[in-house]
Write a new protein. Structure first.
Ligand code: NAD
Length: 374
């Protein structure tokens, strides 16, 4: 019988704490992105400047695990939608990679450059502690390794830290994406040679940069975009990359497009402009809508489902929670299964004439159903 993590009671807050914790699950049901999520918590601390959402999607396979994003969403509804979509993706990511964890994700509504203060993170650490093991977190866009360490010093439910953890997961994520790109090339071209190929990478952050290093070493010609001009200049110098402005990179004349920035880049508007015949990158929620995968298929584009190809980071931090503790070799062995999983998805998608993300979802659901039945 599976343990029900969502029914764990909360740990009481420190007396006099200014943090207020509210169950907003009922409020979230009104949103299109709500997908039967088990529990959604809002943590508010006006004194310490915290507005944080923790969305727990599904804990059939284990406690919820997923990073914390710090982002200045224009509205609370936009932040909640982001948390709902990201946490749902984590459920399928854990399921399809055979991790004994459920899907969860947090969004702190704030500008990571100006609003992230020790007091705010202190309040967030209290929120994580109060959730009493329902949710384990780690880094995501806007939350750095130093921030994760800060939280870990105050609460145990934080992964990907240097304190007793495996450190920054981004290089492992990049390795999984690199292997996934090779699987996509093998499926499409019959071989995974990169020399002579043009590959576009959007986002030169922790994952995107590390991926560029690997692609460049294999002989690919790079086309890059980032909002940060200094990173773009550095990529032009280091990799002799060609630069394209921001979202215009979607339409670059390349063989493969690797989105490694934020989500929603593939939509009814952008897909018709794509020239690449493969999309395989690290960003979460690359499709604006689920049905965009069908648009990609109709256009003859092979799409590597984002939560499968970018699972390296999750695999790495989940390995930290193994009873024997973190073992990098064990983590890398599991990351090497990502291309195998992708090849299975590509083959099944071809034989069933269905979009790859439908197949990935079905495979994740099969695993959850098997666990429920066990
Ligand atoms: P990061 O914050 O280090 O880098 C993101 C980069 O994208 C930044 O340099 C930013 O300037 C750039 N960017 C943002 N919007 C852009 C736009 N419109 N056009 C061009 N550039 C833009 O983040 P990261 O850790 O490298 O993660 C990248 C993506 O991969 C995110 O979607 C994240 O959720 C996903 N992801 C990361 C990991 C991980 O281990 N870090 C794991 C799985 C998925």
């Amino acid at each position: 019988m599976l343990q029900s993590y969502e029914t764990r009671t909360l740990r009481p807050l420190k007396s006099g704490s200014s943090l207020k914790l509210t169950d907003i699950t009922a409020r979230a049901t009104r949103l299109e992105a709500y997908d039967g999520h088990e529990r959604i918590w809002l943590g508010e601390d006006h004194e310490r400047g915290l507005t944080a959402i923790v969305a727990i999607h599904n804990t059939a396979l284990g406690p919820a695990l997923g990073g914390t994003r710090v982002w200045p969403h224009p509205t609370f509804e936009a932040a909640l939608t982001d948390a709902l979509r990201l946490s749902r993706g984590m459920t399928y990511k854990a399921a399809i990679t055979n991790m004994p964890y459920g899907g969860g994700k947090a969004v702190i509504v704030a500008d990571p450059r100006t609003d992230k203060t020790p007091a705010m993170l202190e309040a967030y650490a209290e929120m994580l502690a109060a959730l009493n093991g329902q949710y384990f977190t780690g880094e995501d866009v806007g939350l750095t390794l130093a921030d994760a360490d800060f939280l870990r010093a105050r609460t145990p439910n934080v992964t990907g830290t240097t304190i007793g953890g495996s450190g920054n997961p981004s290089p492992v994520t990049a390795q999984g994406v690199f292997l996934g790109i090779k699987a996509a090339l093998r499926h499409r071209n019959g071989n995974d040679a990169m020399s002579g190929l043009r590959i576009a990478v959007q986002g030169l952050g922790s994952v995107g940069w590390s991926l560029c290093e690997k692609l460049h070493a294999e002989g690919a010609s790079l086309v890059v975009a980032d909002l940060d001009e200094a990173r773009v200049r550095k990529a032009m110098e280091t990799f002799h990359a060609e630069a394209v402005a921001g979202d215009a990179i979607v339409a670059a004349d390349v063989d493969l497009f690797a989105p490694c920035a934020l989500g929603g880049i593939l939509s009814a508007d952008t897909i018709p402009t794509l020239k690449a015949k493969i999309v395989a990158g690290a960003a979460n929620n690359q499709l604006e809508r689920h049905e965009d995968a069908r648009r990609l298929m109709a256009q003859g584009v092979l799409y590597a489902p984002d939560y499968v190809i970018n699972a390296g980071g999750l695999i790495n931090v989940a390995t930290e929670l193994d009873p024997d503790g973190y073992d990098r070799e064990a983590a890398m062995t599991k990351v090497e299964l990502i291309p195998q999983t992708l090849s299975d998805i590509f083959r099944r998608a071809d034989s069933d004439a269905r979009p790859t993300n439908d197949i990935a979802q079905a495979m994740g659901e099969e695993r959850i159903a098997r666990a429920r039945a066990a």
